[in-house]
Design a protein around this ligand. Structure first.
Ligand code: AHR
Length: 494
């Protein structure tokens, strides 16, 4: 099979916001406790942060991490998680039928982010919480000092404000599973009032309004329109969430990238409709702040409900999942003109790219690698990939047998082509990039092999990317073989 990919320096989709490569840590299962925080672990620092997982996270160069939920946030009282630890209450967490010990809160997360070389996207509770509590949290975190709440932060050991820039107005508020779920009008009103108050406290913050929690919701996509009718002038982003699962057909699963494209188009259309109705000059940005492969996991075992940090949604990912994730990343780069932020859900132990064992080791799942590649090499400008590829039949209609995304990092002098080959045969990619007269290959990274192979604690490096030989290009033109069912990263020096 052959596919042709034409790219040109001038066919640009614009600069990628580096926050496209964000992730997510929720108080869920073992993401925080025995995930990133485990006092007493061999590698724990003086604050109880595991250094082994920190090193794996730092390697990813993640610009932003969403916290503390997720479903958890809709019942969370943020003041429980500040101040002397011995005085912090243990609470029931309805979202995950667990006990929250509150030994890790917003101040610890701020410290952890600094050490991990990242920043926070903080979600406020608009399930059981009020606009006042949301604005109070902004004051506690971002106000320099001289008020009760900002001085309380200083008393708790943080003289400088945390200066968190991005804030989510609740989480999946349309979902019946959500503590304090709301109708679009109920949520739209409370989100609008919370947004006003939070921006009065700190006008520099950026706000994200909840869109539908999934395309399967009966209220989708009218929910998105209604919410934006209430909040358009106050917010900067519409949140969208999308997960994909393997249901028995490899091609259908790997073509999830095409479904994500259609899903994003619907959210963008809803936002642009409201823009027109409001005669607004502002274009709403999309925050895809939960996305991943997710299937076959479960909540806490019956005997483990109402315990601290039971294992929940600990999915082991295989190579096929990593390929699916690679395809989704291509779509995100290709839609990065509107998708300005995104969070791979999640980072540690729960639906995660990284796993830990309490008291023991940590390892990277298969899905870690495409995310690593995109985060490291997918910066700069996105170029429009003009792709001519045979079609494959999927449950959701036709899709290209190869999907690709291209990034041009002028500062580094690098061009990167990301490509997922979902065909069952090796494919010759004819690359034409004539506007880059001199391109010399740096490397061709490939992830392929047994679709069901996994990394585990016993075999943490069972699935690893490999290097394939790279042929030179003649005046920007040449051929590269994409192995059957493979994720590929082609890197060129300009
Ligand atoms: O990421 C796991 C959960 O999925 C989140 O808590 C929730 O927002 C979504 O339904």
């Amino acid at each position: 099979m052959q596919v042709k990919l034409t790219i040109d320096k001038d066919y640009t989709l614009g600069g990628i916001d580096e926050r496209l490569y964000g992730s997510f840590i929720e108080h869920l299962g073992r993401a925080v406790y025995t995930g990133i925080f485990e006092p007493g672990h061999d590698t724990a620092d003086e604050q109880g942060f595991r250094r082994d997982i920190m090193a794996l996270i730092r390697r990813l160069n993640i610009p932003i991490i969403r916290y503390p939920g997720g479903n958890f946030v809709s019942g969370y009282r943020w003041m429980d998680g500040i101040g002397p630890k011995e005085a912090r209450p243990r609470r029931l967490d309805y979202a995950w039928a667990s006990v929250e010990p509150n030994l890790f809160g917003i101040d610890e997360f701020a410290d952890w982010c600094k050490k991990a070389g990242t920043s926070a996207m903080v979600a406020v509770n608009l399930g059981t919480g009020t606009p006042q509590q949301a604005a109070d949290l902004v004051e506690y975190c971002n106000f320099p000092g001289g008020t009760y709440l900002s001085d309380l932060r200083i008393k708790n050991g943080h003289k400088d404000p945390h200066s968190f820039r991005v804030w989510c107005l609740g989480n999946e508020m349309d979902g019946p599973w959500q503590t304090g779920a709301k109708t679009a009008d109920e949520y739209g009103r409370i989100a609008c009032e919370a947004a006003k108050m939070m921006k009065w406290v700190d006008p520099t913050i950026e706000l994200v309004a909840c869109g539908s929690s999934s395309a399967e919701m009966p209220t989708y996509p009218a929910w998105d329109r209604k919410v934006l009718e209430h909040t358009y002038d106050q917010v900067d982003f519409l949140s969208m969430h999308r997960y994909y699962g393997f249901k028995g057909d490899v091609t259908d699963y790997l073509a999830s990238y095409a479904d994500l494209d259609a899903f994003l188009s619907a959210g963008i259309a809803a936002a642009d409709y409201v823009k027109a109705v409001k005669r607004s000059k502002k274009t709403m940005k999309i925050s895809l702040d939960e996305w991943n492969a997710w299937y076959g996991t479960s909540g806490p075992k019956k005997e483990e409900t109402w315990t601290v940090a039971p294992p929940i949604h600990e999915q082991t990912y295989n190579l096929m999942d990593a390929l699916c994730v690679g395809g989704l990343l291509c779509t995100m780069i290709n839609r990065s003109d509107r998708v300005r932020m995104a969070c791979l859900a999640q980072l540690v132990n729960c639906l995660a790219i990284l796993m830990t064992q309490p008291g023991k080791s940590a390892y990277a799942q298969t899905t870690y690698y495409p995310f690593l590649h995109a985060s490291l090499f997918g910066r700069g400008e996105a170029l429009r990939p003009i792709l001519k590829a045979p079609k494959v039949e999927t449950a959701r209609g036709e899709a290209d047998a190869v999907t690709a995304a291209v990034t041009f990092n002028e500062e580094q002098g690098e061009l990167t082509v990301f490509a997922l080959n979902l065909a069952q045969e090796d494919t010759v990619l004819q690359l034409s990039a004539r506007s880059f007269a001199a391109l010399s290959p740096i490397e061709h990274i490939v992830l392929d092999g047994d679709l069901f192979a996994e990394n585990t604690f016993d075999q943490p490096e069972n699935v690893l990317p490999r290097r394939a030989p790279v042929a030179p290009l003649e005046k920007g033109v040449g051929c590269v073989t994409l192995p059957r069912l493979s994720w590929n990263v082609l890197r060129y020096k300009i």
